[in-house]
Write a protein of this length. Structure first.
Length: 118
């Protein structure tokens, strides 16, 4: 199983980035996919989730309206479009794949750094 994130980098406040997560080694379409982030000294938090079948999305208030998660099951890839980035957004962003039972089917990528300059 592999989850490989890409697309992180340095962007100015108000700018945009698109993260990608390429999955392999499991049945991608059967898994809910999420993006999490973790800033130094803070707990890891989920910033977007998309369900496996219906593609239902969920976001916390902190990113709602600015971040958009999408998936391409044909390419085994999940994306995170991040717009209007601000100084609260810098973190390492992680891709996650999960399905029931979670104790057995819970996979993480290595993370990609997002930095926002003022």
């Amino acid at each position: 199983v592999q989850l490989v994130e890409s697309g992180g980098g340095l962007v100015q406040t108000g700018g945009s980035l698109r993260l990608s997560c390429a999955a392999s080694g499991f049945t991608f379409s059967s898994y809910a996919m999420s993006w999490y982030r973790q800033a130094p000294g803070k707990e890891r938090e989920r910033v977007a989730r998309i369900s496996s079948a219906a593609g239902i999305t969920n976001y916390p208030d902190s990113v709602k309206g600015r971040f958009t998660i999408s998936r391409d099951n044909a390419k085994n890839t999940v994306y995170l479009q991040m717009n209007s980035l601000n100084p609260e957004d810098p973190a390492v962003y992680y891709c996650n794949a999960r399905r029931a039972p979670v104790y057995e089917y819970d996979y993480w990528g290595q993370g990609t750094q997002v930095t926002v300059s003022s």
